[in-house]
Structure formats: structure tokens, C-alpha cells
Design a protein around this ligand. Structure first.
Ligand SMILES: C[S@@+](CC[C@H](N)C(=O)[O-])C[C@H]1O[C@@H](n2cnc3c(N)ncnc32)[C@H](O)[C@@H]1O
Length: 295
């Protein structure tokens, strides 16, 4: 018997359960893009769940189980993006390169690690692997993700090596070091989760590797960032999350329901303490639309 719950809307399906079990119930070769952001085995607490395995090998073996299922679920033209800790990524990289083609090893870089390192170089990036099933047939919408190319846009340089001297292009496909600020409490997208990923990061991935109407899957949905961005961009999505508290965030964030078993699913009510223009400490609050109001 199935031991997971399913909630649906026109654009998204949420499953509450263990992704190892839920993935088995999803049709093979039915998904265009999988974004997998699992627990990293670094001892974080996700609500009831402690992100710690007895050893690196045991963690890697667990990853191989869900990665194997993800590969089955991908269409022959599909793409897989996987994140994990810098220390665990070598296990995943070595295993995946035997099964898929790794197109890029991306670094998501940010400006603060939260804790200031004093006796080592603080960690300011998380690795992301971008893999495809078939390197000759996959979606990559280069023109949808272009960023400013400084040589052409700011320095206005001319390429004199061409037959006719031509200005450099002012845009380019991003390289493999991506700067996006981490999701912080004051940001309107913030939800109560320790490792929520920025919408901007998912936007780049979904725009690059899917077309409108494609199916996106996230086996470790957390706050359902992937599904929320997929919806905004006109893609269908499936999000799997084990913990009810985060499933409720997803139900609200995706507009599936405003009530869950009699409980109203309200956006986070955020409180700020700041100095007002007279130098006095003032408490204010921000609602989900990002509007500030006095408490
Ligand atoms: C790193 S977080 C994902 C954060 C997400 N990308 C976001 O933007 O909010 C990993 C999530 O996986 C969930 N999780 C852990 N083990 C799971 C499992 N076996 N099946 C489904 N979800 C699981 C955790 O509860 C946690 O919310």
C-alpha cells in the first residue's frame, strides 16, 4: 500500500512522503528536468529530520538510490541538476559520470557563509552538477538566460581581429560561477527553512533546461522553490517533500489550498527591529508581499 499523500492543482503536484518511495510511483521517462537539492550530510536540522548519516559512504549509497530513480524518470532528452556539499560532491560526480554526461560543474557563490571563519577560508559556494542523458539532444535555451558581458556592455571594446572591426556582444551565456545572494529573512521570498534556495537560481536552471509546458521534478522540495518558479514560468511541476510543515508551505506557495485540515495556511509574519529616523528602536513587520507595516 502507498504511504504518501498527493495534492494537485492545474500546474503542480505535491507529494508528502519519502522520495525513494514516491519516485517509484512516477512514470519512467516522463520528466524534462530534475532539480535535486538533498540534505547534505552536514548535520543540519530540517524540522524533525537530522541531516546526518553514519559515514560518507552510507550517505553516498543513499544518494545513489534516488539518483538511479531520477535517471529512470528523465526523458531521453532530459536534464538533471544536483546539489550537495563540496565534500560529498566527488562521490556523486564519479558515480554520475558513468551514467549521464556532465555538461557543467557550476559553483553557486554567495557573499556570506553566515558564520565568520577565523581559522580557515570560509565556505562561500555550493556545487551544482548539470547533467544530460543525451549530449546530442537536450534543451538549452541560451538566449533566455543571457547576462551582461562586461567587455561589450561596459568597456565598449571593438574586436579588431574580425575582417570588419565589430563591437563585442553586450550579453553572454553565464559562465559556471553563479553569484546569487542567499535567501535571507528580510527577502519577500523567505520561508522558515534552513536551506531554502533563491528563486533566481531556479529561474536560471528552469529557463535554460526546459520549455513552456515541460515537466519539472524536485525530489527534495523543501519550501517548493522549484515548483513556485516553474509555475511562474509556465512549466508543470512535481515536488516531493517528507515533512508536513514544509508541505504546508508548498500548498500555500503554489496556491493549492488556503486551509489544511482546518488550519489556515498563512504567510510568514515577519518582525523587524530597526532604528527609526529619530534613532529610536522601532518594531515593524513585513507581509508576504514585502510591504512593511508598523507592529
Ligand atoms: C536542502 S532541503 C531543500 C530545499 C529546497 N530546495 C528549497 O528551496 O526550499 C532538503 C529537503 O529534503 C527533505 N527530505 C529529506 N529527506 C527526504 C526524503 N527521503 N524524501 C523527501 N524529502 C526529503 C527535507 O525535509 C528538506 O526539506
Amino acid at each position: 500500500m502507498e504511504s504518501f499523500e498527493k495534492y494537485t492543482s492545474n500546474s503542480a503536484t505535491i507529494y508528502q512522503g519519502d522520495c525513494l518511495e514516491v519516485l517509484r510511483a512516477i512514470d519512467n521517462e516522463s520528466v524534462d528536468l530534475i532539480f535535486a537539492d538533498p540534505p547534505y550530510n552536514i548535520g543540519k536540522k530540517f524540522g524533525e529530520f537530522k541531516d546526518a548519516w553514519p559515514s560518507d559512504i552510507k550517505y553516498a549509497e543513499w544518494c545513489y538510490q534516488w539518483l538511479g530513480l531520477c535517471i529512470q524518470k528523465l526523458k531521453p532528452t532530459g536534464s538533471l541538476y544536483v546539489m550537495t556539499s563540496t565534500q560529498a560532491m566527488p562521490y556523486i560526480d564519479l558515480w554520475l559520470r558513468e551514467r549521464l554526461t556532465i555538461m557543467s560543474r557550476v559553483m553557486w557563490h554567495y557573499d556570506s557563509s553566515g558564520v565568520q571563519a577565523k581559522k580557515l577560508f570560509g565556505s562561500l559556494y555550493e556545487p551544482i552538477l548539470f547533467c544530460v542523458k543525451n549530449p546530442r539532444d537536450y534543451v538549452f535555451n541560451a538566449s533566455d538566460i543571457e547576462v551582461e558581458a562586461k567587455t561589450g556592455a561596459k568597456r565598449k571594446l571593438i574586436d579588431y581581429r574580425k575582417k570588419e572591426p565589430t563591437p563585442y556582444k553586450s550579453t553572454k551565456v553565464p559562465g559556471n560561477v553563479w553569484y546569487f545572494p542567499r535567501v535571507r529573512y528580510r527577502m519577500s521570498e523567505y520561508e522558515n527553512h534552513p536551506t531554502q534556495k533563491p528563486e533566481a537560481l531556479l529561474e536560471r536552471i528552469i529557463r535554460a533546461s526546459t520549455n513552456k509546458g515541460d515537466q519539472v521534478l524536485d525530489p527534495f522540495a523543501g519550501t517548493f522553490t522549484t515548483c513556485a518558479v516553474a509555475k511562474k514560468l509556465g512549466r508543470f511541476s512535481i515536488g516531493i517533500e517528507m515533512q508536513l510543515e514544509y508541505v504546508k508551505v508548498g500548498l500555500r506557495r503554489l496556491g493549492i489550498t488556503k486551509q489544511f485540515k482546518g488550519e489556515e495556511l498563512l504567510p510568514l509574519d515577519k518582525t523587524y527591529i530597526r532604528n527609526n529616523k529619530n534613532g529610536m528602536r522601532e518594531e515593524s513587520r513585513k507581509n508576504q508581499q514585502g510591504r512593511l507595516f508598523s507592529a
